[in-house]
Design a protein around this ligand. Sequence first.
Ligand SMILES: *Cc1c(COP(=O)(O)O)cnc(C)c1O
Length: 493
Amino acid sequence: MRRWTPALADVQRLEPLHFFDSCYTNFNLMATKKIKRKGKNWKKFWKLGAEEFNTQFLDISKDGELLANEGHHVYNLYDLARKYGTPLQVIFPFVLEDRLKDLIGYFQAYIKIYNYKGKFSYHYPMKVNQNKEFVLPLISEGANLEVTSANELWIVKKLWEGERFNSKIRVLCNGPKTDQYLDLIEELRGKGMNIVPIIEGPEEVDRLVKYKGDIGVRVDLSIKADTHWDKKFDRFGLSEKDVLDLSRIKNLKIMHYHMGSQIKTQKSILEAVKHGFSIYAQLQKIHPSLDTLDIGGGFGISHEKKKFYTAKVVSSNIVKLLKTLADKAEIKHPNLIVEWGWYIVDPAQITIYKIISKKLIPKANAKAWYVIDGSFVNDLKDTWTIHQRWHTIPLNNMQDPLWTTWLAGSTCDSDDKYTAGGNYILLPKLHEDQDQYIALLDTGAYQDGLASHHCLLSAPMKIVVKDGTVQIARKRENAESIGKLFGWNGDHK
Ligand SMILES: *Cc1c(COP(=O)(O)O)cnc(C)c1O
């Protein structure tokens, strides 16, 4: 599981990264000078319209405004920000659909090419973004689901009861199983759902071996992945020793592992597959029903828009590796499950703010604070918890001269800021007669579930753009609706 506030030591471990970031920003500054001379190619400068940066659908108008393209539909995001107000989250379901379609396509193609005998399935980890506007389009593209709690499963139950599912969809249940969670799993199995609880701890074994459907087991692999979340001491799943000590379980179908989010290298992903397979092969001898390997989530994308491994290459290498390993071990090619959440949903949302104040900074890496009409601490919590970087671009005046800024949120917390790790963010100078808006790209993963209401600021309004239309998915919160969350129900006595 991905989400835990990091200890100070973890944050410090992140620091060496900043070295690369400063290279990146300096490169940007050099690029600015060159571009000013040439007077063009701002699209390239802001890293838009590029598949390698997951911005292939974004573009700049001739007036320097941010555009999103869905086929031949064009949305002017600056116009939308002025029409609907800020803070604003814009959701692009077509981005989700394209990404998932491509991913499933890659795996299916390589399975054919390498003559791999196992089946591939994608399971969407709901915790990455539980909003309806994310979950429904992914199901349409053929996603199965993975849930982490009884409450997430309750949403799945409501969908199931509304007969909005193909009955073949499979739901994996991770996380510690409370009685309420187990009861719901049993209830849905009884109603005919293909629902597979994954053993998460030793005390779940006795109860789940009695389960009438397929079950899985999560293994805490002894190797480490190159990610911020792969802790020295993990607590998820059974240790390799404990899992290999389990006596034969007749309905064990899936061996699952999850190394953590935003894995930095392809090598790390493949090493986990290799090591995971070695456990799988041993386990398969004890439990002949085992036929599926679930490699969890963790596929990264780069917010800094640096060169990164690609799904096309990694999917090919995973299939090739599993085939080689299974042939060598002389066991059936396992069915493969992938739960890459962040990779699929992160680029499908952007967050837009208006700059409401400017304050000069005397001696720092940046010349001025820009204060936004929202909050990093509330709306983009990863800025705070893991020092997340955001690809930040102007929404208007995209071809203007730039200067160095730091961004500040509107809460009273001095940590409510984004400084790109103490470097700077390049943004246009402010105009007297025109509001300046900014967009932070790749905000679709995790931020909503973590969001909060410090200083009782309103969460961003949500709009969905698709098929050439714009729909309000969630209205802007007002004082009354926020007050209710804190028990202020009308008569304030
Ligand atoms: C969080 C999680 C995922 C998703 O991880 P990403 O880094 O978003 O791909 C998948 N599987 C499990 C079990 C998780 O806990």
